[in-house]
Design a protein around this ligand. Structure first.
Ligand SMILES: [Zn+2]
Length: 274
């Protein structure tokens, strides 16, 4: 079953993680969508300051999204992503880091987790794989940015271990693999395929399909699902979206499709104040 639903019923359109929001109504989780206008004007649905692009409108866009979600902008918390595997816990004092400026975001951080209410964990994407985590026993939430480097570095399994270290039962941890570039559109060379093969058991290397000498189609979402299975999450607690960011210019930014001239979507998860 598709875990996300494209919603246009209130405010700006976005993808809601309905699979979890139905079962755990205090959760707010999902991913921003872009609209038809932002095909011409990517800044209109851009949520992050990037090194190359301008950050015009980032705060206004964030404000519109949180108004749609019904949470304050001051709960928006993020890191400056570097395709690494550093995961930080957000305590009450860290609430809101990075919401108005890159300077206050967690430095060099690609994963966030918290047990706090009223903290919106956010991370940014234009093809890389967003991983969502929830442990019902600890009421702990997490989000991790898994491009091929983060995947090879094992950021997904690392998040599971961070949850378990804080008392979560790995047999109860849920994970969702969110919209990102699909195998349909993601061709890679040995620079990506070799390190991925090194971390995947032989049976799981079917996520790479040879298409030419030294070229493979890579299913990075499935690679992450298998790594999380390998870390002990149960099959029934793992869910993978069918959405490919590159296939749908009307809905998603895609760094590869748009040759870098694109904005960033935001993946978010938070717990409403009880
Ligand atoms: Zn595609």
């Amino acid at each position: 079953m598709e875990p996300f639903q494209h919603r246009e019923d209130s405010g700006i359109p976005y993808f809601s993680l309905t699979l979890w929001e139905r079962e755990f109504p205090h959760l707010i989780a999902g991913m921003s969508a872009r609209d038809r206008e932002s095909i011409q004007h990517p800044n209109q649905s851009n949520y992050a300051w990037t090194r190359s692009g301008s950050g015009n409108g980032v705060i206004a866009n964030r404000r519109r999204l949180v108004e749609t979600l019904g949470v304050p902008l001051s709960s928006w918390t993020c890191g400056n992503q570097v395709h690494g595997t550093v995961i930080r816990e957000v305590d009450a004092d860290a609430r809101g880091r990075g919401h108005q400026s890159r300077d206050t975001a967690f430095p060099e951080t690609d994963g966030l987790l918290t047990r706090e209410e009223d903290v919106l964990l956010t991370s940014f994407y234009a093809d890389c794989v967003p991983l969502f985590f929830y442990s019902p026993d600890m009421d702990m939430i997490g989000v991790a940015h898994a491009g091929w480097r983060g995947t090879v570095g094992g950021i997904g399994p690392k998040m599971v271990r961070e949850f378990v270290r804080r008392g979560a039962d790995r047999k109860r941890i849920r994970a969702v693999i969110a919209p990102s570039i699909g195998a349909c559109c993601y061709e890679v060379d040995a620079k990506v395929a070799d390190p991925l093969c090194n971390i995947l058991p032989e049976a799981d290397r079917t996520v790479l399909k040879s298409v030419a000498e030294g070229r493979w189609k890579l299913d990075l979402k499935e690679a992450n699902r298998r790594l999380l299975r390998g870390e002990g999450l149960l099959e029934e607690h793992l869910s993978v979206t069918h959405w490919c960011t590159s296939c749908h210019p009307d809905l998603f930014h895609s760094h590869r499709r748009d040759q870098g001239r694109t904005g960033r979507m935001v993946a978010f998860i938070g717990k409403r104040k009880g």
